[in-house]
Design a binder for this molecule. Sequence first.
Ligand code: NAD
Length: 286
Amino acid sequence: MAIILNGKELSKKVKLRVKREVEKIKGRKPGLAVILVGEEPASKIYVKNKIKSCREVGIRSFPYFLPQNVKTYELLELIGELNASEEVDGILVQLPLPEHIDKEEVINSISPQKDVDGFHPCNMGKLLGGGEGFVPCTPLGIKLLLDYYRISLKGKDVVVVGAGFIVGRPLLALLLREGATVSVCHIHTKDLKKYTKEAEVLISATGVPHLIKEDMVREGAIVIDVGIRKVGDRIVGDVDFERVKEKARAITPVPGGVGPMTVSALLLNTLKAYGINLELKELWHT
Ligand code: NAD
């Protein structure tokens, strides 16, 4: 029976640590601008959670709810203002954006110093090149969770399923930086099981419910489930949790695993944009 990697609990600890740090700040507190375009229900929930988490730790949030039919240039104008604002340290544009909006232009318009999502090519490039930029929140959240449970990535055979822009690709760069040997699988991979069976650490980020079955997992593997999908009134991940947990050494639940860690990573990135780079080592074993 696997150890459950409890992102919900760890995220509470991280928030407490961030809160303490924000309380110490005299004068202007850190500020995060959150832009949501349209009415997508899942995106609305994510944005609501992010704003709530900011409030809990004393980070000021500046929400912008824009209509579905907003034009790219209008979004760029707003981002220009936020880039120039002295009240705003971080800018987050909730993805996905509606089809008619030029996502690349929008991401590129965010100042790399305020790009707390880490998707600007400057930050993605630094992640690949080894520089010190913003690491996208979900990969960073996964790293925090693994660190907390003292799971090292160095020299490990890691398989990532899913090569999306938000998770799979930046995760590949982060894992390489940590010294892992990484294979990335995706929809065109011919024999998925051949790869997943070999993984010491298996990370799935596809959004396909229960794609990862017990027979696809190596005995004693570490299994990280990033997927989030609503099925009926339940939230399910990519991994067949009930069966896989019998075989894995450690596993994240959905919900309560990677999701809360993504929000924690956002708070840390916002503090970093403000100028505070929190070392969390002291948290890990208290
Ligand atoms: P995406 O659509 O950009 O990428 C999905 C990837 O999965 C693609 O590379 C695709 O090729 C691959 N894929 C799809 N079906 C597959 C299959 N049958 N076999 C192998 N590969 C397959 O998605 P994304 O934005 O990267 O998000 C992936 C999932 O992670 C979604 O469920 C999303 O909701 C979730 N997510 C969770 C968090 C979190 O905090 N837990 C954060 C971001 C995204």
